[in-house]
Design a protein around this ligand. Structure first.
Ligand code: NAG
Ligand code: NAG
Ligand code: NAG
Ligand code: NAG
Ligand code: NAG
Ligand code: NAG
Ligand code: NAG
Ligand code: NAG
Ligand code: NAG
Ligand code: NAG
Ligand code: NAG
Ligand code: NAG
Length: 464
């Protein structure tokens, strides 16, 4: 709160101290009352008020019926007092996304592409307003996965997204490739009206019959955030979504995601996937803190592909509450497409390295099922050898490439609140001495906490 008042004040201060002191332009976005597309009105306001401005959307439902690029923004504060509604008609959305010149993300094309410096988008305080309505339900009902839009890319240096509500997005939410971004109080409702954790399989079977490419890791309904930028904080997230709640991907650095709730059937607070097709991917300095994961397949997840390269360093998951989760803490460095046959050989004997990965203060319960309704292959996309029941911890490591993983204050219980949970961990994959600092017994068996031996400062380790 304090930060953002400060942040907004900073933006405005920058305006008043810039070349035109005191001259803050103001634009209000016009709205067509006859139901016509408002996209031109939006573009006009963002062109007129491109720099040192305040742009206000009135408290009405705007028809954002054409994908748009809002670029060249400098020192702009946007007040979204109204809602931005995508077309309800699926074919209209597909046609538009097929022809837009909006810069695509690697996995989809965004409806809104926003680029600039010092840009704030602040939603209404009223829960009914400040919304992006995607009308995704009808896509989910018929399992349509063709030409799905990603909601928005916010490719901004010094950005703020606050009090925004994302309602039934067709697919992916916000992509944040920029720098110095603060996201506060973000709401996502991407749960199907009639779907549950178990029956999403029906949807998937329908989707399959459309014979579009389905990666085993891209599930319906859509995920929340992709964080690939630098210095990004997400403070306050409430979402019902499938797939990853927060997904920190290649290139991300200095990321904090805190104070959130992930419901419905999410696939966790995730790093990755990294290193697909031997790629050299890096992620550095990430903190997930104070999250509740309700009904998720994973609480904390790290995923890199067999034969990947690069590294993930200094990642912490802290103060995590689990409710009905399939696996509390999960690492795989050996991921592959289970529906494309057996694991490919790791010909180059490489792996995305892991270092300084910390898990602190996890509490709560596992569910009764080690997976959810999104299995579309045998084995299931989330199967690892030996997985037959919910697990508190799975470390599926690539031998000798994971250093300084530590678990402390882990109190994960079974569905019936028993402490007898089990883990999957192959001790032969640990680097020498790793068991001393791991915090639990690496074995395929019951979870047994172990003291973490204090190591001295680098270069001063007294070992036998
Ligand atoms: C998308 O565009 C391509 C190339 O212009 C075209 O062949 C295809 O039919 C379009 N698809 C849809 C669903 O409009
Ligand atoms: C949800 O409802 C729609 C429309 O009635 C139906 O087509 C779809 O199969 C339902 N989905 C599930 C998972 O029950
Ligand atoms: C973000 O903007 C930079 C230029 O500022 C560009 O190089 C980059 O490709 C953009 N990234 C995405 C994902 O749009
Ligand atoms: C990181 O981003 C925040 C805004 O979220 C900004 O206040 C801060 O100055 C940035 N830090 C650096 C080192 O640029
Ligand atoms: C686990 O969930 C899947 C998908 O919902 C279901 O097919 C399977 O029967 C469940 N397994 C158990 C043991 O309940
Ligand atoms: C993040 O990117 C990956 C591809 O790199 C994609 O599969 C995933 O759906 C994206 N997540 C979000 C939240 O956009
Ligand atoms: C943890 O996050 C929740 C929101 O999910 C928030 O209400 C609560 O105040 C946070 N706790 C702390 C100690 O910050
Ligand atoms: C193995 O390394 C070679 C040479 O760097 C590269 O061309 C090839 O793509 C790699 N194979 C895989 C499966 O990563
Ligand atoms: C991977 O990329 C990093 C920089 O992102 C570089 O320092 C490193 O040398 C690269 N590693 C390989 C194996 O190419
Ligand atoms: C590790 O990451 C956290 C969170 O981004 C950061 O605060 C901390 O400074 C990092 N530590 C190092 C040694 O870079
Ligand atoms: C966990 O899920 C089961 C059914 O999937 C439900 O009966 C139970 O109430 C849930 N427990 C909690 C604590 O939410
Ligand atoms: C693991 O931690 C020790 C002790 O803090 C440190 O000396 C070492 O450099 C770390 N290893 C890696 C790969 O970061």
């Amino acid at each position: 709160m304090i930060f953002n008042t400060y942040f907004a004040a900073l933006v405005l201060l920058a305006v008043s101290t810039s070349a035109n002191p005191g001259k803050v332009k103001k634009c209000t976005v016009k709205h067509n009352r006859n139901g016509a597309d408002d996209s031109d009105n939006i573009l006009r306001a963002f062109t007129k008020c491109q720099k040192n401005s305040i742009i206000t959307f009135s408290r009405v439902d705007y028809n954002a019926h054409t994908p748009i690029t809002l670029a060249g923004l400098e020192n702009v504060v946007v007040h979204l007092e109204g809602n931005l509604n995508l077309p309800k008609d699926i074919a209209t959305v597909q046609r538009a996304i097929n022809t837009t010149t909006n810069q695509p993300s690697t996995y989809a094309t965004p409806w809104f592409y926003i680029h600039g410096t010092d840009v704030s988008i602040i939603g209404s305080k009223d829960f009914k307003w400040g919304r992006f309505n995607g009308y995704g339900q009808q896509w989910w009902d018929i399992g349509n996965r063709i030409l799905r839009p990603q909601l928005a890319t916010f490719n901004v240096t010094n950005g703020l997204l606050k009090d925004l509500k994302i309602i039934k997005p067709v697919a992916w939410g916000w992509n944040l490739p920029g720098r110095n971004i603060w996201v506060e109080n973000h709401f996502v409702d991407a749960a199907p009206n009639n779907g549950t954790r178990d029956n999403t399989v029906d949807c998937l079977m329908v989707w399959r019959s459309f014979s579009v490419m389905i990666y085993p890791n891209t599930k319906f309904p859509p995920p929340g955030f992709n964080l690939s930028g630098h210095n990004i904080t997400v403070d306050g997230y409430y979402g019902h979504n499938g797939d990853d709640c927060i997904s920190v991907i290649n290139g991300a650095k200095d990321i904090v995601a805190k104070n959130g709730y992930c419901g419905f059937s999410s696939h966790g607070l995730s790093i990755g996937s990294l290193g697909r097709n031997g790629a050299n991917h890096t992620v550095q300095n990430v903190l997930f803190k104070n999250w509740t994961m309700d009904g998720a397949v994973y609480g904390a997840r790290f995923k890199s592909w067999t034969g990947g390269q690069g590294f993930a360093d200094n990642i912490t998951w802290e103060d995590i509450t689990l409710i009905n989760v399939s696996t509390g803490i999960f690492i795989t460095q050996n991921y592959y497409d289970q529906d494309k046959g057996p694991r490919p050989p790791n010909v180059n004997k490489t792996s995305t390295k892991i270092s300084n990965m910390r898990y602190r203060n996890f509490k709560g319960t596992l569910g009764t099922n080690w997976t959810d309704g999104t299995c579309i292959s045998t084995p299931c996309w989330n199967y690892v050898p030996g997985l037959d029941e919910p697990k508190s911890v799975i470390l599926d490591l690539y031998a000798g490439t994971a250093a300084n993983i530590s678990l402390s204050k882990i109190d994960i219980r079974t569905h019936a609140y028993s402490r007898n949970t089990s883990v999957l961990c192959d001790p032969t994959t640990l680097v020498v001495g790793e068991q001393d600092t791991l915090g639990f017994q690496c074995t395929n068996g019951p979870f047994v906490a172990m003291p973490i031996k204090q190591t001295d400062k680098p270069g001063h380790r007294h070992r036998h």
